[in-house]
Design a protein around this ligand. Structure first.
Ligand code: NAD
Ligand code: UPG
Length: 288
């Protein structure tokens, strides 16, 4: 496996050996194979920070080019509100060029897994968001997710745009918690309080909770930076000033200097600029 995820190798090997999992680069085969077509390609930041939809739309074109039966197209990539409409337009355009009467529906089904816990997050999701206004698509999605929906009802069905926004709202809320705690840590440092005591003191309130309130050198990873940025670009585009999200980004940007300012202070670099010359630093837990 080119990536490390606990439990993934065994799962892939078993299901591949038993014929339930097939890998192919043959797009036609992939499209003809299933009624449900998942789009789960990257949506990296474009030059201006908005989500680059070229890969999503390319897959939509591929599906439309090869489909020979009606399809449910499920968008699992994190995409701005309105993307399902763009996917629909793309598919319909190609079908029109093909002079095809085939029909399809586009469902939003955002993914909430964390890297490093992908398998368990996938098999035991907190919630399964299904954005659709089609009854048929909803029933198919319910059937698909039945094995992951046994111990309680986890499926939440809503309109497509709300589902698209739910994904950004979740990541932005978590990023906000982190930036808030980083702000508190900076205040604690200046007033002589210990942020670890504060963390435990506020986390014990179930309305706040212990999760995502660890201060550090700013949030990173594959999603928070790009997703907060993408929602900011969305708000800019609709002429709404998102003050909280912009502050979350500013605090995060500033926090990245934190580690270096500690190093500088520890080695008194302002007095001894060569103090770290030739030294080797170990950074634990850094993901590149
Ligand atoms: N990584 C996460 O933890 C995570 C969690 C939730 C949601 N997401 C979202 O899921 C989406 C994918 O993220 P990722 O981390 O898996 O990205 P990734 O870049 O690791 O993987 C995307 C894959 O899509 C393939 N691809 C690109 N264009 C293609 C095409 N036209 N046809 C077929 N394959 C194509 C790429 O080769 C690549 O293997 C993003 O929108 C991301 O925001 C990611
Ligand atoms: O209290 C905390 C918790 C996290 N982080 C940082 O936040 C970033 C994100 O961490 P984590 O959420 O564990 O990893 P991701 O794989 O980026 O997962 C996030 O992004 C995914 C992609 O959208 C979502 O699916 C997940 O629900 C969401 O947690 C990392 O830089 C962490 O160091 C903190 O600084 N303090």
């Amino acid at each position: 496996m080119p990536i490390f995820e606990p439990g993934l190798t065994a799962l892939v090997e078993k299901n591949h050996a038993e014929g339930r999992l097939i890998f192919t680069t043959d797009a036609k085969f992939g499209v003809e194979f299933g009624k449900l077509q998942f789009i789960a390609v990257g949506t990296p930041p474009d030059e201006d920070g908005s989500a680059d939809l070229q890969y999503v739309l390319k897959v939509a074109e591929t599906i439309a080019t090869h489909m020979s039966t009606d399809k449910v197209i499920i968008n699992k990539s994190t995409v701005p509100v309105g993307t399902a409409e763009k996917v629909s337009t793309q598919v319909q355009t190609v079908l029109n060029e093909r002079d095809s009467q085939l029909t399809f529906t586009v469902v939003s089904n955002p993914e909430f897994l964390k890297e490093g816990a992908a398998v368990s997050d996938c098999q035991r999701p907190d919630r399964i968001i299904i954005g659709t206004d089609s009854n048929v698509a909803e029933q198919l999605m319910r059937l698909l997710y039945e094995p992951f929906n046994r111990n309680r009802e986890k499926i939440i069905v809503m309109d497509v745009k709300s589902a698209e926004l739910t994904k950004y709202a979740a990541n932005c809320m978590l990023a906000t918690k982190i930036s808030f705690m980083n702000e508190m840590a900076n205040i604690a440092e200046r007033v002589g309080a210990d942020i670890e005591n504060v963390r435990q003191g506020i986390g014990s309130d179930p309305r706040i909770g212990y999760q995502f309130i660890y201060p550090g050198c700013g949030y990173g990873g594959s999603c928070f930076p790009k997703d907060v940025q993408a929602l900011v670009r969305t708000t800019d585009a609709i002429g709404y000033e998102s003050e909280i999200l912009k502050a979350v980004e500013r605090v995060n940007f500033r926090q990245k200097d934190k580690l270096f300012s500690y190093i500088s202070k520890h080695f008194k670099l302002d007095q001894y600029p060569d103090a770290i010359k030739g030294k080797t630093f170990a950074l634990w837990g850094v993901i590149i």
